[in-house]
Design a binder for this molecule. Sequence first.
Ligand code: ZN
Length: 290
Amino acid sequence: MRIFDPHIHMTSRTTDDYERMHAAGVRAVVEPAFWLGQPRTSVGSFTDYFDALVGWERFRASQFGIAHHCTIALNPKEANDPRCDGVLDVLPRYLAKDGVVAVGEIGFDSMGPAEERAFRRQLDLAVEFELPAMVHTPHRDKEGGTRRTLQLVEESGIDPGLVVVDHLNELTVGPVDAHGCWMGFSIYPDTKMDPQRMVRILQERGPARVLVNSAADWGRSDPLLTHATGEAMLAAGFSDDDVDRVLWRNPVEFFAQSGRLLLPETDDAPAPDASSLFEGNSILRGQQVS
Ligand SMILES: [Zn+2]
């Protein structure tokens, strides 16, 4: 099983995690810039963090055989702090760098006006730099936040195929799918999605535009839940090829739109399997799964 975790905060994780991830098949990751738990008080602590994402963490991952990419943004939570406004002005410098494969995490936290301003401006930057956008959905009022998110995405004029709306669940996936955006699911030990719920969503909707991530960070989380989801898919009758599509080829397809993915040669791609559950599902749903 080869795995590309499209949302994981490795800065918060140990070398043991890198070793366990590699043993489980993880060969590539995307690390979104986000909130560090402790509020930052100046633009300088953001630029140090961004430099670590494009430099040190990338090097650290490479020592464990994992290709590291990142996304850069002012996160929704700190968009509310006027001391962080200047971060928006330094973003263009980072969005031009190798290894930066999207603008993110952007979006809503408490859905205030400052967040909305930062969200709009960063969607504009994604359009300007021709990069994908990774959009975080709020943990409270998830449905309202997702609706408003899709409105702003539409108003920005960005191609929905360049947008992943993340941390979805059974209630929020429908509108995001209808909009043509990519659908991100974070598999957590005891909140958000778990592997079994993820399998049911895949059985109902098929694999198109689905990204599965661990979103592992400094909170209670598990970098191996992508692998656990692959195992749960196999146990439910999905083929190796189905698992490869969801855990590898989908994130590759999405982030390759940046033109900046650097991936290792992987020798463990499964042979295409005609008995795929997805093919059956796509017939049932009367849709073509490409
Ligand atoms: Zn995150």
